[in-house]
Design a binder for this molecule. Structure first.
Ligand code: GCO
Ligand code: MG
Length: 402
């Protein structure tokens, strides 16, 4: 069996997506997502210049060898661009293997460990009242786990506040939008927000929150401690994790569960956090970290330390990643939760899929491979539109983490 062709499809049905399609001499094809928000064309170039020429003629059944070839064989290892390109190849090959076998990826991995996948949705509001209402709306939609983000009094353009109730999309301009950050205002406001949410809705729902890399380890420790009464499911990306050891300080001061990993690319970004039990959830995702082949290794390693998965699932991850993630989530024994932000109707139409939401959970549907396709004729109607993620500055103009 041989790979006869591979090509990249870029489409923008509301936001940009990069998809790799691999075709074989048996008439079976597979697709993988390679989207890197705000840097889409870098991955396109990497795939077209350095990956596709080497794919032609390879045996698509040899997924592991392809992974090692593009990881070890690149010499310049790791990084968001390389690992997304590898993920796209990997997911497309798992898709092909599933189609050849007439099995879902879950079945190829060892079969389902659960009946459906617990997901969390994103509620956000411009202020306290708006956020309380948004959480209520998610509860009404059936969500049992809800991430709450809110505009902060005195801060213009706070992270996580969307333009509409159900869709949040931060990439929005050809040059990054400049936002302003003030840690003190955030530290004062955040416990008030969760106090209000618990007073309004009680303790029956799981609540989550994303700090988006803004705090120092000691500020993060303070916040974690102050949020303890509200029993969060997790506090995410509360400090940057380039220095994994930084989490030790936070961990020593709070029992609020910690989650991190959406910008990690390989096990090496997470190894110390996991083996020192400095986090509770690893948020690495299929598209960000080299596909199913690598994420499976991360999850198995995390299981040794009772760290559970909580894969990134923002709208900049295409339905192809969501379909593949659900296949993975159904299997992975140490599953925690899956992030689920709804795609727009235009996006869902370009990527036909079988997964569906019901009562706070996603159901993958009966599929072979990952079960997501791309309608190329429809995709062609939405040409690429440059968009970039915002940047953040402190009030005195100093650059900060967005
Ligand atoms: C999340 C993320 C996203 C990112 C986005 C960047 O937890 O879902 O933090 O909101 O900001 O994926 O492209
Ligand atoms: Mg996040």
């Amino acid at each position: 069996m041989k790979i006869t062709a591979a090509r990249v499809i870029v489409t923008c049905p509301g936001r940009n997506f990069v998809t790799l399609k691999i075709e074989t001499d048996q008439g079976v094809y597979g697709i993988g997502d390679a989207t890197l928000n705000g840097r889409e064309l870098s991955v396109v170039a990497y795939l077209e210049e350095h990956v596709i020429p080497a794919l032609i003629g390879k045996d698509p059944r040899r997924i592991e060898d392809a992974w090692q070839y593009f990881y070890r064989g690149a010499y310049w290892r790791r990084g968001p661009v390389t690992m997304r390109a590898i993920a796209a190849v990997d997911v497309a090959l798992w898709d092909i293997k599933g189609k050849m076998a007439g099995m879902s990826i879950t079945d190829l991995l060892g079969g389902a460990s659960r009946d459906s996948v617990l997901v969390y949705g994103h509620a956000n509001g411009a202020d306290l009242e708006g956020t309380i209402d948004a959480v209520g709306q998610y509860i009404d939609l059936g969500y049992t786990a809800i991430r709450a983000q809110s505009g902060i009094p005195g801060i213009k353009l706070a992270y996580g506040v969307g333009r509409g109730t159900l869709h949040y999309e931060p990439a929005d301009a050809t040059l990054p939008t400049e936002t302003v950050w003030n840690t003190s205002k955030y530290l004062d406001y955040c416990p008030k927000l969760f106090d209000a949410l618990r007073s309004n809705y009680g303790n029956d729902h799981e609540l989550l929150h994303d700090g988006h890399h803004r705090l120092t380890p000691n500020e993060a420790a303070q916040l974690g401690k102050n949020l303890e009464p509200y029993r969060l499911f997790w506090l995410e990306d509360i400090t940057p994790a380039e220095n994994q050891e930084a989490f030790r300080h936070i961990r020593q001061h709070t029992t609020t569960p910690l989650a991190v990993g959406e910008i990690f690319n390989t096990i090496w970004d997470a190894k110390d956090l996991i083996q020192n039990q400095l986090i509770d959830y690893i948020r690495m995702t299929i598209v960000g970290s080299g596909g199913i082949t690598h994420l499976r290794r991360v999850a198995d390693f995390a299981a040794l330390w009772q760290v559970r998965t909580g894969s990134h699932g923002a709208t900049d991850l295409s339905p192809v990643t969501m379909g593949a993630a659900l296949q993975f989530d159904m299997w992975v024994p140490n599953f925690g939760i899956q992030e689920y932000m709804r795609h727009t109707e235009e996006t869902d139409a370009v990527f036909p899929h079988a997964y569906s939401f019901d009562k706070g959970r996603l159901h993958p549907g009966a599929v072979v491979g990952h079960g997501v396709d791309i309608d190329e004729a429809l995709a062609a109607r939405y040409p690429y539109k440059p968009a970039q993620l915002p940047v953040a500055r402190l009030e005195d103009g100093t650059m900060w983490n967005w």
